[in-house]
Design a protein around this ligand. Structure first.
Ligand code: PGA
Length: 245
């Protein structure tokens, strides 16, 4: 299974910067051992998709609505992302769960909407600092997986401990190993053999200096990169650290 290195640009990038960043990623994307994905803001998806057209780099959205269309001011449907050139979408990121009150049930509906529109979902899960401090991290992640993933599920899971996102703190390789083994068990319990094939990304302050060790942990199927994905050279350095197979 090839690892997936995915960039989550969050709310960064006007058209000119986003296009330059996409061109920079494109320039270093040939011959890598991993799959590459960038998820720019809605407004530049089309420009980024155009800049990456014919390259091995896929484009995704950072969220989608659970419904196909209708009176939902400010929201974007999965089919609109597809229409703009995206083939992937991140759903259930902790910033959406926290800032927009998204529940597991809503995330699950968004995954179904993504699949119906032909997008591959990256479903984010992860515990808060308090939940880890009280030893609840596996329980929390187990509930998120049970509640957020429909059956069948054709997508990717991203484990992102909330306290590691944008903080410069990463989970230790041992913590990642424990959590990813737990997530693999849960996926196999829910989906049988198909659960073995679901990639499980790690996200949270991954950068060139720690990428090789994090990407070397068993059951880590790639990375979801925020801050370090905003510099093409850092994002590509992480991609070069991906392990084969
Ligand atoms: P970070 O963000 O790499 O800046 O910690 C990761 C994410 O939120 O996906």
């Amino acid at each position: 299974m090839r690892q997936l290195i995915a960039g989550n640009w969050k709310m960064n990038g006007l058209r000119a910067e986003a296009t330059t960043l996409a061109q920079g990623v494109r320039a270093g994307a040939a011959g890598l051992r991993c799959d590459l994905l960038v998820c720019p803001p809605f407004t530049v998806i089309e420009a980024v998709a155009r800049a990456l057209d014919g390259s091995p780099v896929a484009v995704g959205g950072q969220d989608c609505h659970a419904l196909h269309e209708g009176a939902h001011t400010g929201d974007v449907a999965a089919a609109m992302l597809r229409d703009a050139g995206a083939t992937w979408v991140i759903v259930g990121h902790s910033e959406r769960r926290q800032n927009h009150g998204e529940t597991d049930e809503l995330v699950r509906e968004k995954v179904l909407a993504a699949a119906a529109a032909g997008l591959t979902p990256v479903v984010c899960v992860g515990e808060t600092e308090d939940q880890r401090a009280s030893g609840q991290e596996t329980e929390v992640v187990g509930w998120q997986i049970a509640g957020s993933l429909p059956k069948p599920f054709a997508g990717v899971v991203a484990y992102e401990p909330v306290w590691a996102i944008g903080t410069g703190r990463t989970a230790t390789d041992q913590d990642v190993a424990t959590m990813h083994a737990f997530i693999r068990e849960e996926l196999v319990r829910q989906f049988g053999e198909a659960g073995q094939e679901i990639r499980i990304l790690y996200g949270g302050s991954m950068r060139p200096a720690n990428a090789a060790s994090l990407l070397g942990v068993p059951h880590v199927g790639g990375g979801l990169i925020g801050g370090a994905s905003l510099k093409a050279e850092d994002f590509l350095a992480i991609a070069r650290a991906a392990r084969e197979g």
